[in-house]
Design a binder for this molecule. Structure first.
Ligand code: PEP
Length: 333
């Protein structure tokens, strides 16, 4: 049998508490493995996974004269910060192009963070043109229909978004859920359609104030994840991002504290580990959204549990969005 040893290298790590509501199956699995999974903090933190097994000798890297030939695999779960600007229903096509020009002048490209802008459908083409062919800023949409084409007045499909250069799509935003009646069932269809057509879904989940105040945050978020990710494979989840956006924090100026966000992020990661596996849980990015500003981004990103931000109001101004991006680029370099 393969003998797998894990060595966590270099520095601070993020651990998942055992008592944060994983359910029986997850607890049993973790107990069997002898502890909690360890998630690396920075891109350069790595797990060195040493597979030393006669059963995998054929694939071994080192040729050894003895019968025992070890094979070494290095896994590097990288969670590079991701900053997404959700423009909502703001900016005409020409305003959008001018904004992108200005943003590009203010922020240099950096490999330390991924940046996405999600303008309205009507501005996607002008933003794509303003970004240019090999921009370090990616294009995202705010919604998608699950069918590819047909009699769906007012809707836009995943192939249409791909054709416009989109790489990401926001799905299940709380405004879509509350103002347009979206349910987990249709959100799941959208996630699946996005994945089928090569778009990375940004799945939004989050509780209302009443739900938080009645102690139901975790069960609400878990139910949303359950409904919106049902039946997806680890391969599917490799391109999914989860955005935890408490409804009471969106557009209110009242952001969650880092501690509140971290608690929910950890339970989301634990949910993914329980439902899928620890590798999927350690690599999926979980963003925080809800009144993110240049003033609070540093404190949010200071936690290993928060892999970036979904920004609404503060992304509409180049000064504030540039500052948020710069913090993400430098804080975890
Ligand atoms: C959002 O629209 O997803 C959002 C988080 O908005 P705001 O940053 O304005 O709260």
């Amino acid at each position: 049998m393969p003998d797998i040893q894990r060595f966590a290298c270099l520095g601070k790590q993020d651990t998942i508490p055992q008592d944060s509501g994983a359910g029986k199956a997850g607890r049993a699995r973790r107990a069997k493995r002898g502890g909690n999974p360890i998630y690396p903090r920075r891109a350069f933190l790595a797990f060195l996974v040493l597979h030393a097994s006669q059963s995998i000798n054929a694939g071994g890297i080192f040729q050894h004269p003895a019968t025992f030939i070890p094979s070494i695999t290095i896994e590097i779960p990288v969670r590079r910060p991701l900053i997404i600007g959700n423009w909502k229903m703001n900016k005409t096509a020409s305003e959008a192009a001018a904004f992108i020009q200005d943003l590009r002048e203010r922020v240099p490209a950096s490999p330390n963070a991924d940046v996405v802008v999600a303008p309205p459908f009507t501005a996607l083409e002008s933003v794509r043109n303003a970004l240019g062919p090999s921009s370090w800023i990616s294009l995202g949409a705010q919604n998608v229909h699950w069918e590819t084409h047909g009699a769906f007045t007012g809707e836009v499909s995943a192939p249409m978004l791909r054709d416009l250069g989109c790489r990401y799509v926001i799905v299940g935003h709380s405004e879509r859920r509350t103002l347009f009646g979206e349910r987990d069932e249709s959100i799941l269809k959208k996630v699946r359609a996005a994945l089928r057509h090569g778009l990375s879904p940004i799945l939004c989940v989050g509780e209302s104030l009443a739900e938080r105040e009645s102690g139901r945050t975790e069960s609400v978020v878990t139910a949303q994840l359950d409904g919106s990710l049902a039946g997806l494979t680890p391969q599917d989840l490799a391109t999914v991002t989860i955005a935890y956006e408490p409804v009471w924090a969106i557009g209110t100026g009242r952001a969650a504290t880092t501690e509140q966000a971290v608690t929910v992020h950890r339970s989301i990661r634990l949910f993914i580990e329980t439902g899928w596996d620890s590798k999927t849980a350690s690599t999926i990015r979980i963003l925080y959204g809800g009144s993110v500003t240049p003033q609070n981004i540093e404190s949010l990103l200071a936690s290993d549990a928060i892999d970036g931000a979904l920004v609404g109001g503060a992304c509409l101004n180049t000064d504030s969005f540039a500052t948020i991006i710069s913090v993400a680029q430098t804080q975890r370099d």
